[in-house]
Structures are given as C-alpha cells and as structure tokens.
Design a protein around this ligand. Structure first.
Ligand SMILES: Cc1cc2nc3c(=O)[nH]c(=O)nc-3n(C[C@H](O)[C@H](O)[C@H](O)COP(=O)(O)O)c2cc1C
Length: 399
C-alpha cells in the first residue's frame, strides 16, 4: 500500500489525478489529508478515487493513520506545502498527515508546491536540506506560472512525473531481500592520550545512507559505526567501533556472514605509535608524535573473501588523477567496486548532504552527478543487480 499525503495548497487538485494514476496502475492507495487540504479538495473525492476512506482529523477510528504508516511501502506527500515541509523538518506532528509521516520508516517522497518566494525563502531551503540529509527524496518543484500569477520555481511536478518516480522507487524495494549487507560508516579516532585523539572529518552520512537504503531494499543490514553525526533511520543491527583496530576486528568478525560488504568508514591510515597513558599534562615543550600505519581492512577483506561475496570500497581522492588512483585502488584491494569522491570540492562530500561520486569497477566508470547522499546510495546499490533506477544516471565507460 502507498500512502499519499495531501497538504493545504492549490495543487491539491493535481493529487486527485496522482491518486487516479496510481490506482489505475494497480496500486493500493491510502490518502491522508491535513485539515488545510480539506479547504481545497474534499475527502470524498479522494475516497472515491482511492476506493477507501481518506484519512482526516475526523476519521472514525482513532489510530488508522498510524496503522497505515506501519503497513505502507512508500509515503508520497504531494503537494507538500511550506508549512508541512517545516513540520516534517522539525518533527512537529499536529495532524494525521504529519503524525503518520513521523511514524513512517520507509521511503518518503515529497513534491513541494508553493509560491516562488516562499520556496526561495532561506528557511524553506534549510528545511528541505534537513529533509534531504535524512534521506527524504524531493520531486520538483517545477518553474512556471503560479495560480497567484507570479512566475518562478514552486509549481508542483505533474502527476504522471510523480507517479513515475513512485513506481521507480517501488521497483527498488525488496531488490536486496534475503541478502546480508555489512556496512561500515563514520570516522575512526586514534587516541593520543586518554582525552585527545587523531580523527577525520567523516560525518558518516554516506555510509549511513547506504545502510538505510539497503535496509529499505529488504537487505538484512549490519552497520558498524565509528564516530559520526549521522545515525540510521531504518531499523538495523548497529555495532560501535572507535579505533581503526576495533573497526577492523568488528568487520572481520562480521564479514563471513555477509553477502555484500560496503566499507564506507573513513578508517585512519596512521595512529599514534605510543599513546600516552592518562592525560598528558600541558607544558611549554613541543609534543612530537610518531605515527604508525594501521592495518588495511579493505585489502584484508579482498584477500580473504569467499566466493560470491561482493566488496565495495570508498576512495576519498584529491584533484587531478583521482579516477586513475581509484582504479589502481580497485585492483590493489581486490574490490568489485570503488566509490570515488573528489574531496577537493567544497560543494559536495564531507560536511554536505550532497555528493557526487564516480563508480569505478572492472566494467568501467559511471559518474553519478551531484545529488543527495541517499540518491548516491541508491546508485551504489543499483550495481548489485537492480537496473531500474539507472535511467537517471549518466554513464561514461572508458575501458
Ligand atoms: C488560496 C490559498 C492557496 C494556498 N496555496 C498554498 C501553496 O500552494 N503552498 C503552500 O505552502 N501553502 C499554501 N497556502 C497556505 C497553506 O494552506 C497554509 O500554510 C496552511 O496552514 C497549510 O497547512 P498544512 O501544511 O497543514 O496543510 C495557501 C493558502 C490559501 C488560502
């Protein structure tokens, strides 16, 4: 079943067509409306089109919206007005639509629709970025003439475009059912003493996005999480690891039971050779630290992996020659795929919710142009066999 959320805006009339298209395609649809949406289209219209009562504040039962959000495979909010987007971004849940969205753990798609100045408002853009960072997908908005006569970006995408995106997303769900996926994410911390450490700028977002996406595609996911600001939103087994050595031990222990291993963690290449016991007391003298190399977990996994196990590594490369270095890494580590990030760019990567990656495999290279980390995660997992969502990915093969 698909949940279609309708918030208060003129574009609510287009949602009638969206519901009709989904039902015509054989989908079970449950509509959930905000009180403001009822000022634009009556629930009876949606009930008739979806052939089941639309959920509103006046629904006869008390919790049908929460039951629906547990059963639904996908939740699409169209139109998603500025107010509903703000509520989603901040976890506010004053109505049946926002309550069911808050309780929903599957893929959430939102199709924004609002006045161009409301859309361009920094706070709206900030709210949208917060949603993207949490794995919510946006559809549109398009540019054009608005009902109020203004021109600009803010028109809701057309119903057939939204229905197409819903179908493409549904096709990915269950594509990893029965596969055991092990993901590492975040940055390791190597102690200098009991208080200080050597770390890196990894937020863990990219790896967590891969783990979330794999879980949504039906995989049995184990996440090994080093220091990270991100945390998974889909239910999964999560183990913690602080240092490179702890991450190595946990990964090797879990590796045998995994069909796919995604090494997205930023594992330290070097660690202090002799961490100070206790806290080093501050004095005027310089502190010289000798670093020693850590074990190469990806290479170890590559050397020891069993038949049929898929190994995916990440390469944070800087500037020119990045793809060539990623290709060399692919061979050196015995991996099936290297996901290459260009960390010389400030508009993607470490502290951003967006990323642009190049997938390097023995088949060639595939550029996944700038998009949310969740969408990048989808492209990475598509390489495991699902062809559906590839249409959106530019491909350039060099080998
Ligand atoms: C005629 C009219 C059209 C509106 N169209 C939109 C719209 O397209 N997008 C939007 O964000 N808000 C629009 N609003 C404002 C919302 O209806 C209002 O913010 C409401 O509180 C939204 O509540 P909801 O998010 O719970 O549905 C419109 C209001 C009126 C009176």
């Amino acid at each position: 079943m698909i949940l279609v959320g309708v918030s208060g805006g003129v574009a609510a009339y287009k949602s009638c067509e969206l519901v009709r298209l989904l039902v015509k395609a054989g989908r079970e649809v449950q509509v959930v409306m905000t009180p403001a949406a009822e000022r634009f289209v009556g629930p009876t219209t949606f009930s008739a089109l979806s052939r089941r009562p639309a959920l509103t504040e006046q629904s006869a039962d008390v919790f049908p919206h929460l039951e629906a959000s547990r059963e639904a495979m996908l939740f699409c909010i169209a139109p998603a007005g500025a107010n509903t987007i703000a509520r989603l971004a901040h976890g506010e849940a004053p109505n049946v639509l926002t309550q069911s969205a808050l309780a929903f753990t599957g893929p959430l798609l939102v199709a924004p629709a609002m006045n161009p100045r409301m859309w361009a408002a920094p706070v709206t853009q900030e709210n949208v970025r917060a949603l993207l960072a949490r794995g919510v997908e946006t559809i549109g908005p398009e540019s054009g003439e608005m009902a109020e006569g203004e021109q600009g970006a803010g028109r809701m995408s057309e119903p057939d475009e939204i229905a197409g995106r819903i179908e493409a997303r549904l096709a990915t769900l269950g594509s990893l059912a029965g596969r055991r996926v092990l993901v590492t994410a975040g940055g390791t911390r190597e102690p200098l003493d009991a208080v200080r450490y050597l770390g890196n700028r990894s937020s863990g977002r990219m790896g967590v996005a891969v783990a979330d996406e794999a879980a949504r595609r039906g995989a049995d996911v184990t996440l090994i999480l080093a220091a990270a600001t991100a945390s998974p939103s889909a239910p999964m087994r999560t183990l913690r690891a602080e240092t490179a050595e702890q991450l190595r031990a946990a990964t090797l222990e879990q590796a045998d039971g995994a069909d796919v291993i995604v090494m997205a963690a930023a594992v330290a290449d070097y660690r202090p050779a002799q961490p100070v016991a206790g806290k080093r007391v501050k004095d005027a003298a310089a502190w010289t630290i000798e670093l020693e190399a850590t074990a190469d977990v990806l290479a170890e996994l590559g050397a020891g992996r069993r038949e049929g196990q898929v190994l995916i590594g990440f390469a944070a490369e800087y500037g020119e020659g990045a793809v060539e270095r990623a290709r060399a890494k692919l061979k050196r580590k015995g991996a099936d795929l290297i996901v290459m990030n260009d960390i010389s760019r400030s508009d993607i990567g470490f502290d951003s919710s967006l990323n642009e990656i190049v997938l390097v495999s023995s088949k060639g290279e595939q550029l996944v142009s700038r998009r949310s980390k969740q969408a990048c995660a989808g492209a990475i997992l598509d390489t495991l066999g699902n062809q559906t969502a590839r249409a959106a990915v530019e491909q350039r093969t060099t080998v």
